[in-house]
Design a binder for this molecule. Structure first.
Ligand code: SAM
Length: 235
């Protein structure tokens, strides 16, 4: 996909961290989704719905844009303004208590949010797997620890993240957390390539969160962290 086509949507208003469109582009390049207008995709923890827009345009599928902190009303207004109101449905639910139908989705995408609610063994099998169709795919991109610093998140990241440091885990740890199930065909986790670019684009934003991250980029973020890519394919 050509990220340049989405530049006008990537702004201070829509960004909530490192460029989510860049992270999504790497997932789609590595694991393309072949979907049609009859398919439904869940964008879990979509924030302002920037990735929901891109998923809708790139796949043609119907997208459910679910987030907890951003209301369905706010996202709905944005989607109408972007002209995608008929294709992208805003939803505001906690990922622990979703009310979608069993096997409703051909795919689930989650960018920079899965680590907030899914960092325990069994979450994927209990909360995610029932929602995905047989043969479906789950694509996740989240910040995490580089493999060589496994299990040292609190020691290395607390000055930056405070009591949220524990959420950062390395690719091998996420593979264990996703776990196994008879419906899971494969689980791949890896350190993503888009780290430098996605961070550079976020640090150029002029808001208090980006300014806060800028303070720690050279001393903590760049040396110890990465983006973890996760692809789960179902049988
Ligand atoms: C850093 S923002 C990223 C948003 C967006 N995906 C992006 O990349 O710009 C993290 C998002 O995770 C969502 N989130 C955190 N906990 C959640 C939960 N329990 N259920 C659903 N979403 C959650 C928040 O609402 C927030 O929008």
């Amino acid at each position: 996909m050509d990220i340049n086509g989405y530049k006008r949507y990537i702004s201070e208003e829509t960004m909530m961290g490192p460029n989510s469109v860049r992270i999504l582009a790497e997932l789609f390049e590595r694991y393309p989704l072949q979907l049609t207008a009859d398919d439904q995709i869940l964008d879990l923890g979509c924030g302002t719905g920037l990735t929901s827009l891109v998923i809708a345009k790139e796949t043609g599928a119907k997208v459910y844009a679910n987030d907890l902190w951003v209301s369905a009303e706010e996202n709905g207004k944005r989607f109408a303004r972007w002209g995608i109101g008929g294709q992208v449905m805003p939803v505001c639910e906690d990922a622990n208590h979703l009310h979608f139908e069993q096997k409703q989705f051909s795919a689930l995408v989650s960018i920079d949010s899965y680590h907030y609610f899914a960092g325990r063994e069994g979450f994927f099998q209990e909360k995610i797997l029932p929602l995905i169709k047989d043969g479906g795919a789950v694509l996740i991109g989240i910040p995490g620890l580089k493999e060589e610093y496994a299990n040292r998140a609190e020691e290395l990241l607390s000055d930056w993240l405070g009591d949220e440091a524990y959420m950062f885990k390395c690719p091998a740890h996420w593979k264990v957390l996703i776990g196994r199930h008879e419906r899971i065909e494969s689980v791949k986790t890896w350190e993503m390539d888009c780290f430098g670019k996605a961070w550079e684009e976020w640090l150029a934003v002029n808001n208090q969160f980006a300014r806060g991250d800028r303070q720690y980029f050279e001393t903590i973020i760049r040396p110890y962290t990465c983006f973890v890519g996760i692809c789960v394919k179902l049988r």
